[in-house]
Design a protein around this ligand. Structure first.
Ligand SMILES: Cc1cc2nc3c(=O)[nH]c(=O)nc-3n(C[C@H](O)[C@H](O)[C@H](O)COP(=O)(O)OP(=O)(O)OC[C@H]3O[C@@H](n4cnc5c(N)ncnc54)[C@H](O)[C@@H]3O)c2cc1C
Length: 508
């Protein structure tokens, strides 16, 4: 870890030196440095009840499962309790159904799982994010190789490709492309400073030398970008996808119900926050007793295994995982903004810029016309919020004015004539992500050694450093693999694509 002095020295807000950018530039080191500082902030609270409205959730008809299981009888006993109904929680249910199905035989006991969600279905980060499902191809490779070693760094890229490929296979096999608004297009990384140009080259060369497949990457000169897209910066591009994340998770839930083996039962209770977890005193059969009792305002749920799929809010139930050695929540902001030029000019490309702080893509034209001015989903701007970068903020009921201002002016500055200065977004919302990434059993250390027994049967999959779409589904597969192995009394073997430094067992 860097010295505190070095960390503080890195926290310097720099102003844009290039007139077209409405947000501070080169803030990656400073924002990373904040993540390493000790915190005096309290652990996360429960998700607030009055979150800002997001395009993905609050478009009429978009969330048919919103209130599923929020009334009537609560499932009071289950083998596995999954806390959180975002992409992690629902992917975990999917993998449980698949993995138990693969083990299904007449002697196998029926496994009952329940998903408990504090608010409406998928109303956390997954229902409020930027909508990109694009694995990283080479960016950040050099730093990651220095920090984790080359082989571990390569696994980060392998994990993201594996996750995206698996989700795309499901979408294709089930014919869900239109339902989830899947768009396959170019993903462009706009290099708005000389440092980013240099860093991109270093990362590309390092990734290529390490054997990462970078064949899909094309470099675009400033003139080429200007001619095709209208921005005056050089860039790289490779293939990428975007979609409607909530619709993907909804379909994944339906698919889980459909493919559930005969000895798997899944229940979903939305608007049922878990307020605390304590050892269970209940005995379900003469030979079996549950380990944990999950308190909710509707009653307690007894279970043997708990999966914390609560992402930024994990420290509410696991306060010892709050801060630099655990989970660090961070608020982000997104808006839906109408372009001032038609799809034919905007193109269908998705974008990232300014070291990845800003990201955007045009929604498919509603009436299918190239002449329609598309709605752009644009996120980022937290570097405009001040020196704390919205770190440890878990309230998604408000948006920050400074962030909103930076975002409103961002695209008109980059693409003159294609976006109207002063145009108000059609929607603007907040969303909470978290850093870094944690997958595995919940552990606690007494300073000298790791104590696993205090949380026996509790697991977590969370974090993903704000890049969960190409990570969460596979991380859920891994953690469910640990649970089903423990159920069967077997040893879990990590898959090749899982970076070992993601594991909780590697971190305590
Ligand atoms: C502004 C923003 C933009 C982003 N854009 C992208 C992007 O374009 N591409 C990408 O790959 N990633 C993006 N991400 C990151 C991505 O959205 C997340 O990594 C991913 O959605 C995490 O999924 P999850 O299921 O783990 O968490 P969440 O979707 O947050 O789900 C956690 C759920 O747990 C529930 N919960 C919490 N505590 C409790 C409790 N005690 N009891 C019951 N329920 C509880 C919450 O209500 C929530 O529904 C973005 C994140 C943000 C914030």
């Amino acid at each position: 870890m860097k010295s505190l002095q070095a960390l503080l020295a890195a926290i310097v807000i720099q102003s844009p030196t290039m007139s077209s950018l409405s947000v501070p530039i080169l803030q990656l080191d400073a924002s990373q440095a904040i993540l390493e500082l000790p915190t005096l902030k309290a652990p996360a609270g429960l998700p607030v009840p009055n979150s800002t409205h997001s395009f993905w959730i609050n478009t009429p008809g978009a969330n048919p499962l919103a209130k599923e299981g929020s009334e009537g009888d609560l499932t009071l006993d289950a083998d596995v309790c999954i806390i959180g109904a975002g992409i992690t929680g629902v992917s975990a249910a999917y993998h449980l159904a698949k993995q138990l199905g693969a083990r299904d035989d007449d002697d196998a006991p029926t496994v009952k799982a329940v998903i408990l969600e504090a608010r409406d279905f998928c109303s956390g980060a997954t229902g409020r994010n930027g909508g990109h499902l694009t694995p990283v191809v080479f960016s950040h490779f050099s730093d990651r190789a220095k920090t984790y070693g080359t082989e571990e760094a390569k696994k980060i890229y392998a994990l993201e490709h594996y996750t995206a490929d698996e989700l795309l296979k499901i979408i294709e096999a089930q014919g869900l492309q239109t339902i989830v608004d899947l768009v396959a297009s170019d993903h462009i990384g706009l290099l708005v400073t000389e440092k980013e140009v240099q860093d991109a080259k270093v990362d590309f060369d390092a990734a290529e030398s390490a054997g990462v497949n970078v064949n899909d990457v094309t470099w675009l000169s400033k003139a080429e970008v200007k001619q095709t897209y209208g921005a005056s910066y050089p860039a790289w591009k490779h293939a990428g996808h975007n979609l409607w994340p909530l619709k993907l998770v909804t379909q994944l839930y339906h698919l889980t119900q459909k493919l559930s083996p005969r000895k798997f039962q899944l229940h979903l209770h939305t608007n049922t926050p878990v307020t605390s977890i304590s050892p269970s005193t209940s005995v379900t059969t003469s030979t079996n007793s549950r380990r944990w009792s999950l308190a909710t305002p509707r009653g307690a749920v007894q279970c043997s295994y708990v999966l914390h799929a609560t992402n930024a809010y994990a420290s509410h139930l696991l306060p010892h995982m709050h801060g630099p050695t655990g989970i660090i929540p961070t608020r982000g902001q997104v808006m839906a903004l109408r372009a001032a030029a038609p799809t034919a000019e905007i193109t269908t490309a998705s974008w990232g810029a300014n070291q990845g702080f800003e990201y955007w893509f045009p929604r498919p034209a509603v009436h299918g016309g190239e002449s329609e001015n598309p709605l752009i989903i644009l996120g980022g701007g937290r570097e405009a919020s001040g020196p704390d970068f919205e770190t440890y903020v878990t309230d998604d009921s408000v948006v920050r004015e400074e962030v909103g201002k930076g975002l409103r002016e961002f695209l008109p500055g980059l693409f003159p004539g294609k976006y109207e200065k002063g145009r108000e977004p059609e929607m603007e919302w907040a969303s909470i992500r978290c850093f870094p990434r944690l997958v595995g059993p919940v552990l606690i250390s007494n300073g000298n050694e790791t104590i696993a027994d205090d949380f026996k049967g509790q697991y977590i999959s969370a974090g993903y450093t704000g890049h969960g779409m190409p990570r969460a589904f596979a991380c859920a597969e891994a953690v469910v693999g640990m649970i089903t192995a423990e159920m069967a009394g077997e040893t879990w073997n990590p898959p090749n694509w899982l970076p070992r430094h993601f594991l909780t067992t590697e971190r305590v």
